[in-house]
Each structure stands twice: as C-alpha cells, then as structure tokens.
Ligand binder design. Structure first.
Ligand code: ZN
Length: 264
C-alpha cells in the first residue's frame, strides 16, 4: 500500500506545518522587529505626507518605499528621506556613541565651510569628505586630535548650495585655529572656520545637533528640483562618520555597522 503524504514527511524527518504562515513572516527579521518598537511620531508622519507627492514627481519607487513606512506596512530604511526612519536611526546612533561621548576629554566642535556652488553633485560632496580626510592625515592634526565624529551639512540657499562639515572631536593637545584655517583653505575650503570648546556635559546635545544635518526631515529641500539634486548627490555617500577614539571605544566592527546605517 502506498504511504500517505503525512507518512512521507515523517520518514524524511520533516515536520508538517502546524499553522498557516503569514506572507510577511518571511521578511520580518529581528532587526525589523526592533525598529518597529519605536512608534512613529505625528511630526514624522506629517513630514512624510509632505514629501511623498514631491518624490512621486521623479522617483515612484522611492515614493512607494516612504509610503509603505508611513502606512505602517514595511520599514523603508530610507533614513535620509523618511522622517520615521531618520528618527529611529538618530536615536540608535546617539545610544551607540554614548560610551564615547561620556569618556570624551577636551571636546571641541569644529566647523569647516566651503564656497557655495550653483548645482550640487555627488563629486562635490565627496570632494569635501576627501578634503577632511586629507586634514586628518596631517601629522599636526593627528598629534592634537584623538578622534571624533563628523557630519556633512548640505543645503540650498539663495547664494547656491552650501556644503559644511561639522565635527565633534576629542582634543588631546592644542590645535591652532590658524593652522586649521590655512590647511583647509589650501585644500579649497571656504573662509569660515570655527573651533569651539564643548563642555563635557554638553557632548550628547552636540552630537544630537550634528545628527540633524544628515537625519532631520526639516532640512530636506521642499522644492522638487532641489530635492532631486539632494537625493542624487548624497545617494551612497557617508554623511556621518566616526574615526579614531570614537571608533575604538566601541569596536571597529560595531562602528563600521553604525556608519553603514547612515549610508544608503
Ligand atoms: Zn521609513
């Protein structure tokens, strides 16, 4: 007599499914569940509702992704555009960097500017990142600075697109503002260079201020043309980075993951 289907599954060492699986079960990962633990804020929901019609004018796929997040169907992970995902990411980055911020000695906030440009391109954004990497490699800088975190600010203004770099770093030895200014300008940087000391109890607040540049939906352009340029020029670019002591305190692998989260 031919075995029944249930006998077949038993002989192959398989267990028969006990309950019907929901189609979403296959895609709901532990990371997804963790992210859902943060309830979207009403302000983030309304920011997304404002941006979706703009995205629909040039990128339907991106508009659909942000809509799915807004309608609580699926987490889109487009943290640079989606206000819900950017709030979650901001809180995660703050909590991941807390050990570094608490142990930070001689914190300073460095602001580096560039000259405005008429159109923003990925090349321009990458150039500013590379200029700061060059500065970090200089012996004078390495002697004075233990490490830190940097965030790129990219915004449209009446005079064109402005790209600024904001850096919260740990100063081990004096660093001359004149040297920073001259070096930055020799790389093609702008006139304005500031170094401000930060009180140790204000480091968390300062990181929160830095994170608003890559992650605050209020700073996303509300004009379609500017929005398109902003998305194209920043796609796949790291707007937030950690190096040196900000790296080693909670492990290279963990920071690499944190950094990649800001990258899209
Ligand atoms: Zn989202």
């Amino acid at each position: 007599m031919a075995p029944l289907p249930s006998d077949l599954t038993q002989s192959a060492g398989l267990s028969a499914p006990t309950a019907a699986q929901h189609p979403l079960d296959a895609v709901i990962t532990p990371a997804y569940r963790r992210q859902r633990a943060y309830a979207p804020r009403p302000a983030d929901l309304s920011a997304n509702l404002r941006i979706i019609p703009l995205l629909e004018q040039f990128d339907n796929q991106l508009a659909d992704a942000v809509r799915s997040c807004t309608e609580n169907i699926f987490t889109c992970n487009r943290s640079r555009i989606c206000a819900i995902c950017s709030t979650r990411r901001k809180w995660r980055l703050l909590s991941n960097h807390k050990p570094f911020l608490l142990r930070m000695q001689g914190a300073v906030l460095l602001t580096l500017t560039t000259f405005p440009v008429r159109f923003i391109t990925k090349e321009k954004v990458l150039t500013v990142s590379r200029m700061f990497s060059r500065m970090k490699r200089r012996a004078c800088f390495r002697r004075a600075v233990g490490g830190g975190v940097s965030a790129l600010e990219i915004k449209a203004s009446d005079s064109g697109w402005l790209v600024h770099l904001h850096v919260l770093m740990e100063r081990k030895a004096p660093l001359s503002k004149n040297w920073v200014k001259t070096t930055w300008q020799s790389f093609g940087g702008g006139q304005q260079v500031d170094i401000d000391p930060i009180e140790s109890r204000a480091t968390m607040r300062t990181l929160s201020y830095l994170l608003k540049y890559p992650l605050d939906s209020d700073l996303i352009p509300s004009d379609v043309d500017h929005l398109r340029q902003y998305i194209r020029s920043t796609w796949g670019v790291r707007l937030f980075q950690a190096w040196g002591s900000a790296h080693s305190l909670h492990g290279r692998a963990r920071t690499a993951r944190v950094v990649s989260e800001v990258r899209q």
